[in-house]
Design a protein around this ligand. Sequence first.
Ligand code: HGY
Ligand code: MN
Ligand code: MN
Length: 435
Amino acid sequence: MIISRRKFNAGLLTTASVLAVRDYVPQARLRINGARLNEHLKALSEFGKNPQGGVSRVAYSEADRQGREYVLGLMRAANLDVSIDAAGNLVGRRAGSDNSLKPILVGSHIDSVPEGGNFDGDVGSLGAIEVAQTLAENKVTTRHPLEVIIFQNEEGGLIGSEAVVGQLSEKEFDLVNKSGKTVRDGIKFIGGDLSKLATVKREKGSIAAYLELHIEQGGTLEAEKIDIGVVEGIVGINWWDVTIEGFANHAGTTAMNNRQDALLAAAKFIEAVNRVVTSVPGRQVGTVGRIQALPGAPNVIPGKVVCSLELRDLDAAKIQMLYQKIRTEADQIAKSNRVTFDFKALNTNISAPTDPRIRAIIDQSAKELGLTTRQMPSGAGHDAQDMARIGPVGMIFIPSIGGISHSPKEFSRPQDIENGANVLLGALMKVDKWP
Ligand code: HGY
Ligand code: MN
Ligand code: MN
């Protein structure tokens, strides 16, 4: 049956012909509502709003819980069949025309780092919901079932997506984030149920694809005036807690040559991390981002320091090589400062390549919209890297102004956000053609 454009525009279609029209209305004509998407982003930014203009919506905080409620409302309005899984992820399902096919998943996260911005995670989350809303409004039924998934606690180590791929370990239940809650208590707080965690796990090969729209968080796209980044792969991220033990003593009576100052050793350690990481060519990065000196008084020589160490690269072997060099440096600092170092591995997110077929699809979808593209790696971690353990993944980047992220100054232009969501929609419709 061929349906004339005029008839389609006049809205005279019967339900049966609406299903058929899917094959006749070129998918290229389907567009998300950019104004609505940007309004939703603005509304979400109210939850955890901070005076600097960004948000502090760390996972498991009250702001997180309220933001999730808002997002659940958007999911329901997009006609998604909504539930909270046992790990606390928000899942919105939409039936396909052939429900024997594996689902296509789209999503991201809405938790933020402390004093974060309004775009990291939010663009991909609300972009995915906007895509579902657009399909609903246009009465388009995909062949595959569609699931919008908003992962919980992405910033605390991809906790929600780890659960989905069966990688959330007991060790991580006790991790505490800036909300002050452990993962264990946090999951309960947001409506999950750890005793049923096994129900969340999806097997390898059980999804058709996972697609995620995200801000670049670096400055390449803006500097090169490119609309869309096609992500080639996502870096691996390793975290350690480093405990340095010295000896707390009187800051007035202990001679300078008789101190076991843990904070002085930590300062040398931080410098060593930077030196080691920059000593070899490549895009690897290393950071000490959190530090606490104890007991923490001006008149006491710090007896103990607990700090973090984070290393990132696409190559896990390189991370290990750098880590060993850092350990060697730490041993030397320990000797010369009469302190001890203890390293405790906290969380590892393995690096993940994206699927080459999805890369080509994203590239093509962007070009069909008249947008320019480039391939690029992701230096930031994403739930997509967990999802890559169970199926093909693809990521779409849009420009971050000034390359700023994890900051209240994070910004992406409304037009770029609209473009990204349209590319997500286009890529989804192409993946939906897969057998
Ligand atoms: O830390 C990261 O790379 C990400 O933004 N969660
Ligand atoms: Mn982030
Ligand atoms: Mn993110």
